[in-house]
Design a protein around this ligand. Structure first.
Ligand SMILES: Cc1cc2nc3c(=O)[nH]c(=O)nc-3n(C[C@H](O)[C@H](O)[C@H](O)COP(=O)(O)OP(=O)(O)OC[C@H]3O[C@@H](n4cnc5c(N)ncnc54)[C@H](O)[C@@H]3O)c2cc1C
Length: 405
């Protein structure tokens, strides 16, 4: 039986393990914390909606396909109603630019199946359940998920062994098999350290492995707050977004977020960020803000992993040393490139990992199990984790056509 090792137990690692196990591959998932989803994927609640730009782009295609893939996945997982809900989302038209964008989006052919509806202030307030200051764009299919429960559900296959409290240190190939060394080797049987496939899913720390040295990832600090619901706030029925968002009450709590600070590594929560999140709530729904119990407000900090082009890194790696020593021609055949056979990355999911990571995991599992592409060749090329290295070597055309027919 083919074996795989997945490094990292956030949404990227867990959904990749799920996609590999679905294809009959035995997976060992290595996570340094005591359980899955303790870092970026550790928010109590994550919002599920695609962010679409007016101009058609690979990012739009990824957002739309990823959104639909995550929802199909959630609908198929047993008992997912316990941790997932389709409550809809209203993006408020909070300024003229947003208003123009929304008018364009309803008529965009790419988004036709999304059932977007433009709402005036009264309609938006009726759907949201609370008085709003403006109308906006309503997406009835949007929803929320509890990421920790999702990650646990994704790892429930008997083909997946989750090894926690264990840090992967390095990955090397020996006799055609990848070998992962870990900090506390006694926690991992020798057979669990070796596999034909390794998928690096450790988010902002991927550079720890020399095979990912050219990956350009920026950590972006984000603080989320949550507060106890009140009789007034329980009336919120949908996610309401401006440049921040507030969720409906889930188990008696609302989430409000999220701050955005590139390269800020401060781990402690910040009262200024809390105030910024609450100010956004005040702007969106002043009646709710008036009634919240400020004593109940809690906070959590996490880091998004952001790439330079805002697209994730998902696919097989190229051998950086060989590429630099012997750069290929701009029109080289992709099959002739020095691929690191069996070594993949699923990382760099920025602010939208719940939408982009599961589709990326499926893409990788398809490639690793039977060289099957689950996205278009163009999108698979745009996601390849070695694209920045190829661009740096002046091989942009090659980077864009790695999967050209
Ligand atoms: C505050 C905040 C709010 C967000 N809100 C949303 C939202 O509403 N909707 C949405 O779609 N997205 C949201 N995001 C983005 C989303 O959370 C991320 O894109 C996603 O969680 C990234 O998942 P990941 O698996 O790549 O990373 P992570 O969840 O960080 O997982 C990486 C894992 O790798 C482990 N690891 C690292 N190095 C090693 C090693 N050497 N050995 C073993 N394990 C290792 C870590 O412990 C960690 O568990 C938010 C992000 C933040 C920070």
């Amino acid at each position: 039986m083919t074996r795989a090792i997945v490094i990292g137990g956030g949404i990227a690692g867990c959904s990749t393990a799920f996609a590999l196990a679905k294809r009959g591959i035995a997976v060992t998932l290595i996570e340094r914390h005591e359980k899955q989803a303790q870092e970026a994927s550790g928010s109590p609640l994550a919002m599920l909606y695609p962010k679409i730009n007016i101009k058609p782009s690979p990012a739009n295609i990824l957002a739309l396909q990823g959104f639909s893939f995550t929802f199909d996945l959630l609908k198929k997982l047993p008992n997912s109603g316990n941790y997932f809900n389709t409550c809809g989302q209203i993006q408020l038209a909070f300024n003229a630019r947003e208003q123009a964008k929304q008018a364009a989006l309803v008529n965009q052919s790419e988004t036709q199946y999304l059932k977007f509806q433009l709402l005036n202030t009264d309609e938006a307030s009726a759907i949201a359940g609370v008085p709003l200051k403006t109308g906006g764009l309503y997406l009835p299919q949007a929803g929320w998920v509890k990421p920790q429960s999702l990650c646990e559900a994704l790892c429930s296959s008997p083909l997946i062994s989750v090894v926690t409290s264990t840090e992967a240190l390095s990955i090397e190939k020996q006799d055609e098999v990848w070998r992962v060394s870990v900090a506390n080797q006694q926690r991992l049987n020798v057979d669990k350290c070796e596999a034909e496939i390794v998928v690096i899913c450790n988010a902002k720390d991927i550079k720890q492995f020399h095979q990912c040295a050219s990956a350009a990832i920026t950590p972006v600090r984000g603080q989320l707050n949550w507060f106890k619901s009140t009789a007034e706030s329980e009336k919120i029925k949908t996610i309401i977004c401006s440049d921040h968002h507030v969720s409906p009450a889930v188990d008696g709590w609302h989430c409000v977020g999220t701050s955005y600070a590139p390269n800020d590594l401060r781990a402690e929560t910040s009262p200024a960020d809390t105030q910024q999140n609450l100010n956004a709530l005040h702007k969106v729904a002043p009646d709710i803000y008036k009634h919240i119990d400020l004593e109940s407000v809690q906070a959590r900090v996490g880091w998004r992993s952001q790439t330079l082009d805002y697209m994730p890194l998902a696919g097989q790696l190229l051998d950086e040393e060989k590429l630099r020593k012997n750069p290929p021609r701009y029109n080289a055949n992709s099959a002739s490139l020095p691929w690191l056979s069996g070594l993949y990355v699923n990382a760099g999911h920025g602010s939208k990992g719940m939408i982009t990571a599961p589709l990326s995991g499926e893409l990788i599992a398809g490639l690793a199990a039977d060289s099957h592409l689950v996205t278009s060749p163009q999108l698979a090329s745009k996601l390849n984790p070695s694209r920045f290295l190829l661009r740096e070597l002046g091989l942009k055309q090659l980077a864009n056509s790695l999967f050209a027919a």
